[in-house]
Design a binder for this molecule. Structure first.
Ligand code: SF4
Ligand code: MG
Length: 333
């Protein structure tokens, strides 16, 4: 059967204000997400991960141009009108933003706004029924005392409870796909783990597909089955989480893994990767990672590596075999 979400050769360009040069925020991205599965999309800010997801939702600004294909359950989303797309958003795709306050109206009770989300796509549902459904949704996301909580305002909720309420709203119309963009970045570690557990529970119980967008490889480790690593607007490595963690094939992934705090270490290690990702307006020639890469060779400066299978992993690096076999740390490379 067709995958739940299939993004093929997606390119997103932004025209500059003066209408001159267009910059590619995302270049040739392929992403596949299956039902009942969490797919992690990992990268630093500016890597194109949020832009890719906003392209799926068609929530990019007017200055963006999209090329390529985005299929939801076999339906081409890029061909839909604004009106058709509004029906897909919310009804078939739920979106969870980093900051729950941007998704919540401070002037409405939490119950009222979840009921409103129910009624946007189901005009036939009466107010009373929608409120009852809102309470069920609060129960689904494990908010204690949901009847009472439904009558409270967002500021009466803790940060973690607010994100649960946003997830309840995203689930209001039983979407097939949930896109969670840095859903726990604003929360402390204990609450983060609880929200991840909640997403995993929804995946199991509702068989939905989840895209988990994050800059933190540690966040995807426990919950995602497969992942794509993005750098400078491209997917540079993808595969099953277990395979990638066992043997990262791209130096960038290797660096991300090395900078994760280890269980037996008290102090968090500093990032293993020196330097910063390039700005969208000045992406390097050849391999976009070459200015930061300890494995760089002359070829990397001129020839851009394309994704290719190496064992169970797809990777865009000329030296992937050497990187995968190298058991040393990035600093020794
Ligand atoms: Fe490093 Fe070259 Fe591989 Fe790019 S292609 S990641 S510069 S070794
Ligand atoms: Mg982002």
């Amino acid at each position: 059967s067709a995958p739940l979400l299939a993004i093929r050769d997606l390119t997103v360009s932004f025209a500059t204000r003066r209408g001159g040069h267009a910059f590619q925020a995302v270049s040739g991205v392929d992403l596949t997400v299956q039902s009942g599965e969490v797919h992690g999309v990992v990268g630093e800010s500016g890597s194109g991960k949020s832009v890719t997801m906003l392209a799926v939702m068609q929530l990019l600004s007017q200055s963006a141009t999209i090329a390529g294909s985005i299929m939801l359950d076999g339906q081409e989303l890029t061909a839909l009108s604004d009106r058709q797309m509004r029906k897909i958003r919310g009804a078939r795709i739920g979106y969870i933003f980093q900051d729950p306050m941007t998704a919540l109206n401070p002037l409405l009770t939490v119950g009222e706004q979840i009921a409103e989300a129910v009624r946007i796509h189901r005009g036939d549902v009466g107010h009373k029924h929608a409120v009852a459904r809102a309470i069920d949704l609060l129960r689904l996301v494990a908010i204690p005392n949901p009847e009472k909580r439904a009558n409270q305002y967002p500021h009466e909720f803790s940060g973690g409870m607010r994100q649960r309420a946003v997830i309840a709203m995203a689930m209001a119309n039983e979407p097939d796909l949930l896109i969670a963009d840095e859903p726990t970045t604003a929360l402390d570690v204990t609450i983060q783990a609880q929200i991840m557990e909640l997403l995993d529970q929804l995946r199991r119980e509702k068989n939905i597909g989840i895209v988990l967008v994050t800059h933190d490889l540690g966040v995807v480790a426990g919950v995602a089955k497969s992942l794509s690593i993005m750098y400078a607007g491209r997917v540079v490595e993808r595969g099953l989480v277990d395979d990638v963690f066992a043997a990262p094939h791209h130096p960038y992934t290797k660096g991300l893994l090395e900078s994760l705090p280890q269980m037996d270490e008290r102090v968090e290690r500093l990032s293993a990767i020196a330097g910063a990702p390039p700005p969208i307006s000045a992406r390097p020639s050849g391999c976009p990672f070459h200015p930061r890469c300890p494995y760089v060779i002359e070829r990397c400066r001129s020839e851009r590596p394309v994704l290719r299978p190496v064992g169970p992993i797809d990777v865009a690096c000329h030296r992937a075999e050497i990187v995968a076999a190298d058991k040393g740390t990035l600093q020794d490379a």
